[in-house]
Design a protein around this ligand. Sequence first.
Ligand code: GDP
Length: 297
Amino acid sequence: MFESISQKFSGIMRSLSGKSKISEKNVRDAVEEIKLALLDADVNLRVVRRFVNGTLDEALGEKVLSAVDPGQQFVKIVYDRMVALLGDPEGQKLSLRGPDVVTVILMMGLQGSGKTTTSAKLALRLKKEGRRPLLAAADLVRPAAIDQLQVLGSKVDVPVHVLPGASDPVKVAVDALARAKREQRDVLIIDTAGRMHLDDTLMTEIKKVRDAVKPDETLFVADAMTGQNAVSIAEEFEKRIGISGVILSKFDSDARGGAALSLRSVVGKPIKFIGVGEKPEDFEPFYPERMASRILG
Ligand code: GDP
C-alpha cells in the first residue's frame, strides 16, 4: 500500500535530511516535489494546496535554514503536518459506553464498499476487547446481505439479529436494540443498506434508522480504492446524516493513498479503522503517526 508516494517522499526526505546546509531553493524544490507526489497519489487539490503552502511558509519562516540541522528540521515539519493531515488525536477512538448500556453503532456506505464485511470485523474486534456485541441485519436491499452477515457472524461467533420477512430497516434496528438490552449485549452494530450510487431513498432510510436508535457512532465505510469518489460520498453522508468517523476498507489494495490523505481534511472526521484484507481479523485501528512514518520512510 502507498508504494509510490512512500518511495517519492522518502527520496525527498533523504535528499535533505543529511544536509548541514540547505538553501531556500532546496526547500522550494523539495516542496514542489512533495506537491507532485501528493497530486500523483490522487490527494484532493485543496488539501494539496494547503499542505504545500503551509509547509513552505513554516520551512522558510521559522529560521529553518539557519538552524544547526536544517534538513532534520524540514523533515520534522513535513512529518508533523502529515500526522495532522491524517489524524485527530481526540477523535481517533470509538466512543463506547459503559458495559451496562448498549452502545449503538450505525454502519453506512455504498454497496460494495465493504460495509457488511467491516461490520463483522468490528464485531470481532470488540469481542476480543471483552465486549458482547450483537449484529443487526438491516440491509434489506441487497438480497444476499442478510445471509452474508449470518455467515460472517457465525465465523466470528457473534449473534446476528434477523427479522424474517421484514421490509422496514427501522423495525429491524429497533427490534435488535430491544434484544441487545434483553440479552445484556453491550454493543449493537447495525448493517444498513447501501446503493450503487447516492440517492434520496437511501438517505431517507438511513435517517429514519438513525432517528429511531440514536446511535453513539455513525461510521461511514469507504472503499480506499475509489479515491476521491469515496471522499465526496463521505462528505455527502456527513452533510446529510452526520458521521462520527470513517472506516477505510481495502486499504491493503490501495496503491495510491488519495482517500486516506484527503478524508480527514475534507470531511472533518477521522479515519478510525482500516480494513487490510478480506478476513474478519484483517482490521486495525488507524494510527496517523505510524502512517506518516511509513510515508516519509
Ligand atoms: P457491502 O456491499 O458494502 O456490504 O460490501 P461487502 O462487505 O460485501 O464487501 C465487498 C467485497 O469487498 C467483498 O468481496 C469483501 O471480501 C471485500 N472487502 C471488504 N473489505 C475488504 C478489505 O479491507 N480488503 C480487501 N482486500 N477486500 C475487502
